[in-house]
Ligand binder design. Structure first.
Ligand SMILES: Cc1cc2nc3c(=O)[nH]c(=O)nc-3n(C[C@H](O)[C@H](O)[C@H](O)COP(=O)(O)OP(=O)(O)OC[C@H]3O[C@@H](n4cnc5c(N)ncnc54)[C@H](O)[C@@H]3O)c2cc1C
Length: 382
């Protein structure tokens, strides 16, 4: 479609202003790509999924996926800002009319950043319904106590969507009940019960540990109904998986492009290394797998945009795309030999970055468990 090729070309052009050296330098300092995020926001791309009535572009997940893929394909990393695209969906689908009017136009214009989504906890991990952060209602406020881990971009966001227990697990019939989502105003909360500690990781991801020590959150910040938060979380997961999968496709294509370029240029034993089938075949296989995965990503996005069930396809898209990008990363580092490990070639940086998607936002095993249980009808293993 013309719109899609125009979008791709425009994002590609924007990304050319942020070349390899830009990302490499930030990576070395573990610094946030503020200038990139600002440029992307000003160009309106961060508001792709926000309906036009709230100042956004009113486009679909297919278009959002094209944007994220292109950023990754250019050698950049959209993890600095991708979350706003899918966190906003919870507010859009389940927020009150006042909340939408209050927040969405400001998020669309870039005046407010909704980049942090606080789900994971150190002691409960993938077993989300066991999370321990408790929000106890006291009059017109919730008092929040607990701890979250791996909360990315919290230092670069104005708002955080928090998933907390509002009814202790012992008092609910089903463990998926009694969880609620609420907006935490980070600016007002820091130093008043909210503490954020950065965690230095293998990738430049601005991730943090967050502590809630009797943090007061006004009841009007509750998104949707009290106790229904887990349902809202599930609602947003398909979008998240499809978008992350599109980033993996971008990574995969970047690895294959770079490796092929290098394989044509590097001459050893009197001929380009790319003339050897031992070098060609891993790249050809990686290419085939990236292309196949991209079809599943596009299929899942189309189903999502036409409001059809897409749980299985979104999970398969994430699984196949993350596997394909990781395979391409391995083929690219191998093709580059020693230079694959040199920072100035960027392969080692992208290699580290794409490895994350085997673990976050959901690990490969948990996707396989979903497919086995919910699609193939096998008995639940946990
Ligand atoms: C850089 C980074 C950024 C992140 N950003 C965010 C964020 O912004 N917000 C947020 O809420 N979270 C975030 N996360 C957390 C991420 O979603 C979790 O790390 C991920 O879901 C895995 O959970 P865990 O780390 O607790 O692993 P665990 O649940 O402890 O699992 C560890 C390993 O055991 C396996 N495993 C566990 N149970 C089973 C089972 N029943 N069957 C088979 N295998 C199993 C898993 O597959 C995994 O490989 C981020 C993580 C990282 C590393």
């Amino acid at each position: 479609m013309e719109l899609h090729s125009q979008l791709k070309a425009a994002v590609g052009e924007l990304c050319r202003g942020f070349p390899d050296a830009y990302w490499r330098e930030l990576d070395a300092r573990r610094a946030y790509p503020s200038e990139f995020v600002e440029t992307l926001t000003k160009a309106g791309y961060m508001a792709t999924l926000i309906p036009e009535e709230y100042g956004g572009a009113g486009l679909g997940l297919t278009e959002a996926a094209i944007i994220l893929e292109e950023i990754h394909r250019s050698g950049g990393n959209a993890a600095a800002c991708h979350a706003q695209m899918y966190i906003m969906g919870t507010l859009l689908r389940h927020g009150s009319a006042e909340q939408k009017k209050q927040y969405l136009p400001k998020i669309a214009s870039g005046e407010l950043r909704l980049q942090a989504f606080a789900v994971s906890e150190p002691t409960t991990g993938s077993d989300t319904t066991k999370l321990k952060t408790l929000a106890t209602r006291k009059g017109d406020r919730y008092v929040v106590k607990g701890q979250k881990i791996w909360i990315s971009r919290a230092e670069h966001s104005d708002l955080m969507l928090l998933l907390a227990r509002t009814t202790p697990v012992e008092q609910v019939k089903k463990r998926t009940e009694g969880l609620s989502t609420m907006l935490v105003d980070i600016r007002k909360s820091l130093g008043h019960g909210l503490t954020i500690h950065p965690i230095r990781t293998m990738v430049n991801h601005a991730t943090t540990e967050v502590f809630f020590d009797d943090l007061e959150v006004p009841v009007e910040n509750l998104v949707g109904e009290e106790g229904q938060g887990f349902r809202y979380l599930l609602d947003g997961l398909n979008a998240e998986r499809i978008l992350i999968a599109s980033e993996c496709i971008g990574d995969g294509r970047w690895f294959v492009d770079r490796a092929c370029r290098y394989a044509k240029e590097r001459v050893v034993f009197g001929r380009p290394i790319g003339q050897n089938q031992g070098v060609q075949f891993p790249l050809a296989r990686a290419y085939a797998n990236v292309e196949a995965a991209s079809l599943m990503v596009a299929h899942a996005a189309r189903l999502f945009d036409s409001h059809q069930p897409c749980g299985a396809q979104a999970n398969m898209a994430k699984l196949l795309a993350a596997d394909a990008s990781w395979e391409a990363a391995n083929a690219a580092i191998q093709t580059h030999g020693g230079f694959g490990f040199a920072e100035e070639y960027d392969v080692e940086r992208k290699f580290r970055e794409t490895r994350l998607y085997q673990v976050a936002p959901i690990s490969t095993n948990l996707i396989l468990a979903y497919l086995a249980e919910h699609v193939l009808g096998l008995p639940r293993s946990y």
